[in-house]
Design a protein around this ligand. Structure first.
Ligand code: TUI
Length: 312
């Protein structure tokens, strides 16, 4: 499946694994890259030396290119940005902010820069300051989200920029990938589907919650404080939404949410943890290895749009 994205990133299939906080560690990233996609280590709010270690471990497991996602709200973002340049990482994806101040350093180090954006305005701005490609992420996605759906965001971003666009949010099978190509994307990024992959180190309880989830099982917390986050509904989201409706302050809500994702990923706390997942959780029914998963996605896409000119 040759597209501008596979050429840019020197990968076989234009399938990128989301750089999910806590969930996207080196075992998963290396497995996705070995399967022909682009694995991505999520730096989340971790210290820079943890990220360096992750990069070095991933290099032991794969000779293929892989990426690092930098979460721009992290207190360690400046140091993580430097580690990415120093360690010769091939690709950086960025989330939850504007990465402009690091672009010059990354470009000088030969790192391909792919900001994740949720608006046309930021897409244009990122293209102007030298982004190589963009991930346009719709509100169907898990974790920290924007307002627009993938269906409306992707074609508007495609129309607004010249660089290739990768679609994200709500994609979990070949139908989603085919739809993304029809909307003008040259690749896809998927998160939720990879959380349950065999090589993912996420706690079994969290994986099972995704496998069990139905179409209407996600909730968005944090809208009242301008920090919307999508996760599977549980006692944690219920309590959070109740407190928001009562007018809790940002500080009170932060306290309630603190450490929730770690509790879910590491301890399997599906009651009080934050089970970040996209709306496509209802489409995720089986746990495959990354190579089985990528193979299946490619086959499904091929059956729908193979030969239609979206890729070679
Ligand atoms: O970043 C994400 N998804 C994330 S980050 C994350 S970490 C977290 N951990 C604990 C609690 C809450 C979050 C979990 N999920 N996706 C990419 C993304 N970026 N979606 C939306 C945006 C975005 C939003 C606003 C990008 C830029 C922006 O404004 C930029 C500006 O300053 O103009």
């Amino acid at each position: 499946m040759k597209t501008e994205i596979t050429e840019l990133l020197e990968i076989t299939y234009p399938i990128i694994q989301g750089g999910m906080a806590w969930a996207a560690e080196y075992h998963l990233a290396a497995a996705v890259s070995n399967a022909g996609g682009l694995g991505v280590i999520g730096a989340a709010s971790a210290p820079a030396e943890w990220v360096r270690e992750q990069i070095r471990e991933a290099k032991k497991l794969t000779k293929k290119p892989f990426g690092v996602n930098i979460m721009l709200m992290s207190p360690y973002a400046d140091d993580v940005a430097k580690v990415i340049a120093e360690e010769g990482v091939k690709v950086v994806t960025t989330g939850a902010g504007n990465p402009e101040k690091y672009m010059r350093m990354w470009k000088a180090a030969g790192v391909k820069v792919i900001p994740v954006i949720a608006s046309v305005a930021l897409a244009k701005r990122m293209e102007r300051c030298g982004a190589d490609a963009l991930v346009a992420e719709g509100t169907e996605a898990g974790g920290h989200i924007g307002e627009s759906t993938t269906m409306v965001l992707v074609p508007q971003v495609v129309d607004a920029v010249q660089i290739p666009v990768i679609a994200a949010g709500g994609i979990a099978d070949g139908r989603g990938i085919a739809a993304a190509f029809v909307l003008g994307a040259r690749g896809v990024q998927m998160g939720t589907k990879f959380v349950v992959a065999r090589e993912s180190q996420v706690h079994e309880n969290y994986k099972n919650a995704i496998l069990k989830a139905k179409d209407i099982d996600t909730r968005v917390t944090g809208r009242s404080v301008g920090h919307p986050v999508r996760a599977l509904r549980n006692q944690m989201t219920r309590e959070y939404l109740r407190r928001e409706a009562e007018g809790a302050t940002m500080e009170e809500l932060e306290l309630l949410g603190a450490g929730g994702l770690r509790r879910a990923v590491k301890e399997g706390d599906v009651v009080n943890g934050s089970l970040m997942a996209g709306q496509c959780a209802g489409l995720v029914k089986e746990a495959l290895s990354c190579s089985e998963l990528v193979g299946k996605l490619v086959k499904e896409t091929e059956e729908l749009i193979g030969g239609a000119g979206f890729y070679e």
